[in-house]
Design a protein around this ligand. Structure first.
Ligand code: ADP
Length: 468
């Protein structure tokens, strides 16, 4: 506190005052000594000097504590406040101008403290709101892009970057035309900025092979401060819609063909062919054939619908795979023999237990062995193998039949896809068998693959989770 310039100045004044008093009194005592030479009087003068000094000093102390100290405290508090900290309250004891000033200062400090705390809590709230908003935006599956009226990007979440495959992650602050290379989006933003309504658009993003639906809405305010775009990936939705459309048209076509044949044979019979015993026998045979085809088609469609319904109709458990394979081989033996095709089994272990539903597994095996027989020429061979390949139980159906060209190998699992329509029809195929097989394998937690060469034959390999 003594280092304060104010204190120093006061002490200097009072010190000078004390010294001046002493000098004056010294001079007076000197003059008294020279004129009177009385030592008694000198002693009295000395006492007077000391008394005057004591009075001066006590005056100094009083002045300091009453006037100087509050001022020093005030100046220190003001400095602390100016440095951005909260000063301690100044004690107010007297009732004079300085005390009132201290009072006012204390009030001011308290208000400043309250205001700063208010600002801090507002800032915290804004920060936490912003953090929450950022978290929500980043967690969203939908892309969100906000653009101002100058078409400058204000915000773009990760989903938007991913959906439009924006090459740079740092798109904020860039112009739309600079960051997004899709003219339809620029047009959409411009239209939305100019018109009040909400606008929608579906865009094919060529470089990601995806379809993105964009909804553009104006940000509130007048004049319009910008536009917010919400983007959804509708690729899968459109794919499923197309699949459904294709499926419906395929089913109609597949049902129409045997029905048209049945109608034609029936009409011919009614128009006189009935008279001819041989012809009518042939035509009735064809009608029965087409009815069988219709029946298999409807059964396959029902099976597919059952699998796809997602209902828990299958009971996946440990199944003896070899037992199912053997049962299917036995049931196909007669037809194989009639087509001069050898059916052989090659099991690496007598018992192999895999995770499946036994009825579903039988459907898989029947389809694969049936196809192997259907697409193998007379004199051919079909071998059914099984083995353990941890963590899987693997079985395969290998034939040395017509084979499947590379470009069709992935497509044969699609519904109604046939490499050779005429041949499939000839062998009574519906085009749904492998589609059912694939769905079932996936349902059991396994999978199916094919290896094939045209003219050499095909091998279908199924993996099932091994059971303990
Ligand atoms: P399909 O009822 O026509 O046999 P699938 O779904 O079972 O229908 O098979 C789809 C297509 O895959 C068949 O039409 C056929 O072209 C081909 N395919 C299936 N299995 C074999 C195989 N073992 N050898 C050659 N081609 C096959």
């Amino acid at each position: 506190m003594l280092s304060s310039p104010l204190v120093r100045r006061m002490l200097l004044i009072l010190g000078s005052f004390g010294v001046l008093c002493l000098v004056v009194l010294g001079l007076v005592s000197l003059s008294v000594t020279t004129t009177d030479g009385v030592s008694k009087l000198r002693a009295r003068m000395f006492v007077a000097e000391i008394s005057l000094l004591i009075v001066g000093l006590s005056l100094l102390v009083r002045l300091t504590s009453r006037w100087v100290m509050p001022l020093v405290q005030l100046s220190q508090a003001a400095r602390i406040l100016a440095e951005g900290q909260y000063p301690p309250r100044i004690a107010v004891e007297q009732d004079d101008e300085l005390s009132r000033l201290a009072h006012v200062f204390n009030d001011m400090v308290q208000k400043v403290e309250l205001r700063i705390e208010e600002l801090k809590s507002n800032q915290q709230r804004v920060t936490s709101d912003n953090e929450q908003l950022a978290t929500v935006l980043e967690a969203m599956v939908e892309g969100v892009i906000a653009v101002d009226q100058d078409e400058q990007i204000l915000l773009a979440n990760m989903a938007a970057v991913r959906l439009l495959d924006l090459k740079t992650f740092n798109v904020v602050g860039r112009r739309v035309w600079e960051a997004i290379r899709l003219p339809q989006i620029h047009e959409l933003i411009r239209t939305t900025l100019e018109n009040d309504a909400q606008h929608r658009l579906e865009i094919a993003v060529p470089w990601t092979y995806s379809t993105v639906a964009v909804v553009a809405s104006r940000l509130p305010g007048s004049p319009c401060p910008g536009v917010v775009l919400v983007l959804h990936d509708v690729t899968e939705l459109r794919r499923l819609e197309n699949l459904r459309r294709d499926f419906v048209s395929n089913v109609s076509h597949e049902l129409k063909t045997p029905l048209a044949a049945i109608t034609a044979y029936a009409d011919t019979l009614m128009n006189g062919a009935l008279e001819d015993h041989d012809v009518s026998l042939t035509f009735v045979g064809r009608i029965a054939e087409q009815s069988d085809r219709l029946n298999s088609l409807i059964l396959d469609l029902l099976e597919l619908a059952r699998i796809e319904s997602g209902e828990h109709i299958f009971h996946v458990d440990a199944v003896d795979v070899n037992e199912v394979l053997r049962a299917s081989i036995d049931s196909h033996q007669a037809i194989a023999t009639s087509k001069q095709i050898t059916l052989a089994a090659d099991f690496s272990e007598p018992k192999l237990r895999g995770q499946a539903d036994s009825e579903g597994l039988r459907t898989i095996v029947d389809n694969l062995i049936g196809n192997a027989i259907n697409y193998t020429r007379p004199g051919g061979k079909v071998v059914i193998r099984s083995r353990r390949e941890a963590p899987w139980i693997v079985f395969e159906v290998e034939d040395n039949g017509v084979g499947i060209a590379k470009e069709f190998q992935a497509r044969i699992f699609e519904r109604f896809f046939r490499v050779d329509r005429a041949r499939s029809r000839e062998v009574g195929g519906t085009g749904l068998g492998l589609s059912i097989v694939k769905h079932l394998c996936q349902l059991f937690g396994g999978n199916i693959t094919v290896k094939s060469q045209v003219g050499q034959g095909s091998t279908f390999t199924v993996q099932l989770e091994a059971s303990e």
